[in-house]
Write a protein that binds this ligand. Structure first.
Ligand code: ADP
Ligand code: MG
Length: 732
């Protein structure tokens, strides 16, 4: 029996591997929630009143941090962490690699007399120095100047990460170069929040709101992922190295029967999910839903939304714990955007809204959407932003992995458009056509319009169930950017990506729209006259501008491709197409004006994106070569030998002949890819490499895959070294 056979036998005969046991009878989730977080209540209890108040000003109002309180906060944090068994602290940051980074320092401080003290000072809390020359910086920090600084982000509370032998106090931080350029995802995101806050407040003020002190974005990120048995995954270098299958013939059953979505969750998977949720619960990450996804072996988890900075840090923890806990359960968690060809990929739906510190959701329509001018203005601001800067949004989700998913008939396409739903579309339409939104047009005149102020009851025909109120935004799973009743959902983000990149762009472009709107309405207020008319005029003007980006139809259809082209919407098909957008004059101007990125940072990030793209494809190609030469070729040669002795009729020999032909093609495919990779010269720029990878390496990889997948279909199954799609997707 080969290794694959043994793995399969082990999976089918063994009881599932179990991770930790979660038992909520001892301590309910109410008690356990956020146990490991240095949250407001803990702070209040442990900090001197003055220090607590000052810290809260910084956290809640964005006031500048008073450095003199740092020592006091650090001491309280240290004591609290040590009570939880912590020996170390770690500045935790989000470099441009997509994951998180951490460096641990012990509290331990020896004294002269062979005694030890636990030390953690304010300056250690506030600033860390990372020997960070190996993080991508796109030339912003030359490697000889290896210093990068981590800076405490007080707006995201510190927490404790346990391991089987201890615990670490984790401090969320920003990561910047010695000249102050951001080298991470968090810093520009926080800057974009400030820009949005500033201009959203201006808009609220012209509408007469004097209460709101701060506008915050809210975010809830749904995460899709696959689970594969570790014993099978261990036999696939591609899954281990790049997180996706580089080979694999289509299985006889995939997702055709649609029998997986919302199906019963397998027991082993449920045990895993429960443990993930339990760990996240201790960290104060509010996971709300879990279910099977469309593809076999695919699942989803979603939290309750939170303020953006917290939600994004929590999202990074979700990815980290999914991966970690899976291992305890003998599973490999795949966060790649497209682990299996021909099977649905994984995304990350970013539910995003704008709210005030006094609890108002600015994207929540009033009882009658048509009459709610402020809501319409905010909604129009988002639409205008997405229309004007759709290329930047597309860029923010570009990666080698997401390229395989976007537009692959199951994910939103690379063309950015907005699904608004019929209620809002009708309101906008009426505004442009001159009808008063409060007074719906006569049904006989325009019959396709529905009455606006109706509550659209859905009759389900079961008397015991009350009438459901229909969402004003109805569902369109095919749209990359959809209004879903009281928030927008950016669905094109990839499952392995740090959402911060997308959210930074979204916040900035909406800030620009709100700035435009505030300026116009402030003028109108100064001039005097009918303010409502001024709002209406502005709305009409904006709607006319952004109308081409609105599309409620099927985004997967070929018609939309033609239609979007006619409307002049950009279609940036892959990462390399997106890269130039980052340094176009309009982008530089935008990010500079709102204080989010400097020109140098944009050029730096462009370099890094190109580098990561080229490196990813380079690693994939190398993995493919290794697998096809050391696993596939020997297997098919062995099969050939086996046939050679026994194929004696002309018909049987035909099988051998075909095998021979295919083996030749395999060797040719390997040679072509090898030559292709060899042509990558060290003196090429990152951009040149990226372009070359897209245009040449990817097609050589594809050609090799086609022949290997064909061979999988004709080779003796007992000799095939790689677990098949069927086994990967269905065995657990
Ligand atoms: P849907 O059925 O539209 O997916 P849910 O209520 O299940 O709606 O929400 C999906 C995600 O959207 C959840 O993570 C939820 O917390 C988040 N969400 C809901 N309201 C908001 C909001 N105002 N801002 C940001 N995210 C939100
Ligand atoms: Mg959703």
């Amino acid at each position: 029996m080969n290794a694959r056979g043994k793995a399969i036998e082990s999976i089918s005969s063994n009881t599932p591997i179990r991770g930790g046991i979660v038992d909520y009878r001892q301590h309910s989730f109410v008690e356990r929630y956020a146990t490991y977080v240095f949250h407001e209540e803990v702070q209040r209890k442990r900090l001197p009143a003055k220090v607590f108040q000052s810290l809260q000003q910084t956290i809640k109002k964005g006031a500048e941090l008073d450095a003199s309180i740092a020592d006091s906060v650090a001491t309280a944090m240290r004591d609290w962490a040590m009570e939880h068994g912590a020996t170390h602290y770690s500045h935790w940051f989000q470099p441009l690699t997509g994951s998180t980074a951490e460096k641990h320092d012990s509290f331990l401080s020896p004294t002269d007399s062979l005694k030890a003290l636990a030390r953690f000072s304010g300056s250690e809390l506030i600033r860390g120095e990372s020997d960070a020359s190996s993080f991508p910086s796109g030339g912003l920090r030359a490697t000889f100047e290896a210093r990068g600084y981590t800076a405490w982000d007080p707006s995201s509370p510190a927490f404790i990460l346990k391991n089987p032998n201890g615990a670490t106090l984790v401090i969320p931080t920003m990561f910047v170069s010695w000249t102050g350029e951001s080298l991470d995802r968090k810093t520009p995101m926080l800057k974009s929040l400030n820009a949005l806050n500033k201009h959203a407040l201006r808009v609220l003020r012209v509408f007469g709101n004097t209460r709101t002190q701060r506008v915050e974005c809210t975010l809830g990120v749904e995460q899709e992922y696959f689970l594969i048995d570790k014993r099978l995954a261990a036999l696939r270098p591609d899954l281990l190295v790049v997180g996706r299958t580089l080979f694999g013939a289509r299985p006889s059953k995939g997702q055709e029967l649609d029998d997986n979505y919302f199906g019963a969750i397998p027991e082993r998977v449920l045990a895993f999910m429960t443990e993930v949720e339990s760990e996240l619960m201790l960290l104060g990450v509010p996971i709300k839903t879990r279910h099977n996804e469309v593809a076999p072996g695919q699942y989803e988890l979603a939290p309750t939304f939170e303020t953006t900075n917290l939600a994004l840090d929590h999202q990074m923890l979700v990815m980290q714990l999914l991966r970690q806990v899976a291992k305890r359960h003998g599973l490999l968690c795949l966060l790649h955007e497209k682990p299996f060809a021909g099977i649905n990929g994984s995304g990350k739906h970013n539910n995003w809204s704008i709210g005030t510190d006094d609890g108002e959701n600015l994207l929540e329509p009033g009882d009658t959407p048509g009459s709610n001018a402020q809501f319409l203005i905010f909604c129009a601001a988002v639409c205008r932003a997405v229309h004007r800067y759709s290329k930047l949004l597309r860029l923010s989700i570009a990666s080698a992995g997401n390229d395989f998913r976007l537009g692959a008939a199951e994910a939103p396409p690379a063309i950015i458009s907005i699904h608004l739903g019929h209620v809002l579309t009708d309101v906008f339409q009426m505004l442009v056509e001159g009808d008063t939104p409060e007074r719906p047009a006569l049904p006989e005149k325009k019959s396709r319009r529905r009455k606006l102020d109706e509550d659209f009851p859905i009759h389900i025909g079961l008397p015991m169930i009350p009438r459901l109120q229909r969402d004003t935004g109805d569902r369109n799973r095919t749209s990359p950017f959809a209004f879903t009743g009281n928030k927008f959902e950016f669905r094109a983000v990839g499952s392995s990506q740090n959402s911060s990149a997308a959210i930074t762009v979204l916040n900035t472009i909406v800030a620009e729209s709100l700035d435009f709107i505030a300026t116009r309405l402030e003028e109108a207020r100064t001039i005097g006259g009918d303010f409502a008319m001024a709002v209406r005029k502005l709305l009409v003007e904006m709607i006319q501008e952004f109308q081409p980006v609105l599309f409620d139809g099927d985004n997967y259809s070929m018609d939309w491709l033609a239609e979007s082209e006619r409307r002049g919407l950009p279609n940036l098909r892959n990462t390399v197409d997106c890269l130039p957008v980052l340094t176009e004059p309009a982008s530089i101007e935008l990010f500079w004006k709102y204080g989010v990125y400097t020109e140098a940072e944009l050029f730096g990030r462009q370099e890094i994106l190109a580098e990561i793209y080229g490196t990813t494809i380079g690693i994939e190609a190398a993995t493919m070569l290794k697998m096809s030469q050391t696993m596939i070729l020997p297997a098919v040669m062995k099969y050939k030998r086996n046939l050679q002795g026994v194929a004696d009729t002309p018909t049987q020999k035909r099988v051998l002949d075909e095998l021979n032909d295919k083996i030749d093609l395999l060797i040719t495919g390997i040679d072509t890819l090898k030559n292709c990779v060899a042509a990558l010269r060290p003196d090429m720029s990152h951009m040149e490499k990226a372009i070359y990878c897209r245009d040449s390496v990817l097609s050589a990889m594809y050609a090799l895959r086609v022949i290997v997948d064909y061979l999988e279909g004709m080779t003796d199954d007992a000799l095939w070294p790689l677990p098949s799609y069927l086994e990967l997707l269905f065995l657990r």
